[in-house]
Unconditional design. Structure first.
Length: 209
């Protein structure tokens, strides 16, 4: 009896993980509008009935997937470690590292690209909470920058906002069209290098204002 019970637990966990992974597959191929019970169940190769058996709703399943991926932490690279070691000095390297990692990670993550499109296309509790977590990480960075740039009148938050928005748009544009943007194609190594250099240059200018 004990072995059978353990097997049922393992089967349940395997099925749950298949459903959670299936959310990513659907998100990548169909976007957030494709996150239906039928599509997720088909991608998992399981009955859609199991979604409401193991989760309260499709929304809870999607939220479980989004939280398990921790996209924003992954996109920040070693930023958390750098934050803990930084004393409010040489924060340009910290911010530059965060932005460069976001560019690389966002470019290589179809799922995160779909999540950002979801974020700007439709209000949802899930994306609101995810965005709030991203803002909390940014606040920690800005708090350190404020210590270093207390006599600098540069609005580093506004500059960072434009840089992040630019990164998102450049990547989404490159992934959805075959055209250049301002005669730059970041699908090519040279184009990506130019954008990364521009990010670093803007930060250099901002810190020496």
């Amino acid at each position: 009896m004990r072995k059978t019970y353990q097997g049922e637990i393992n089967n349940k966990e395997r099925s749950k993980q298949k459903l959670i992974s299936a959310v990513g597959k659907v998100l990548k191929t169909k976007g957030y509008i494709g996150l239906t019970a039928t599509n997720i169940a088909n991608a998992a190769g399981l009955s859609r009935r199991l979604i409401t058996t193991y989760f309260e709703s499709v929304d809870e399943l999607v939220e479980t997937y989004v939280r398990s991926k921790d996209y924003w932490i992954e996109a920040s690279g070693i930023t958390k470690e750098m934050i803990s070691e930084n004393k409010g000095e040489e924060t340009k390297e910290l911010l530059n590292n965060l932005l460069q990692n976001q560019l690389d990670f966002f470019y290589n993550s179809p799922e995160m690209q779909k999540l950002v499109l979801w974020e700007i296309s439709k209000k949802s509790k899930i994306m609101y909470e995810v965005c709030d977590e991203r803002e909390q990480l940014g606040s920690q960075v800005f708090e350190l920058i404020d210590k270093e740039l207390q006599d600098n009148k540069t609005d580093i938050r506004a500059i960072s906002a434009l840089l992040v928005a630019g990164i998102y748009y450049m990547v989404l544009h490159a992934k959805s069209t075959d055209t250049t943007f301002c005669e730059i194609d970041i699908n090519e190594p040279e184009g990506m290098r130019r954008i990364k250099n521009a990010v670093s240059l803007i930060l250099d200018m901002s810190y020496h204002n």
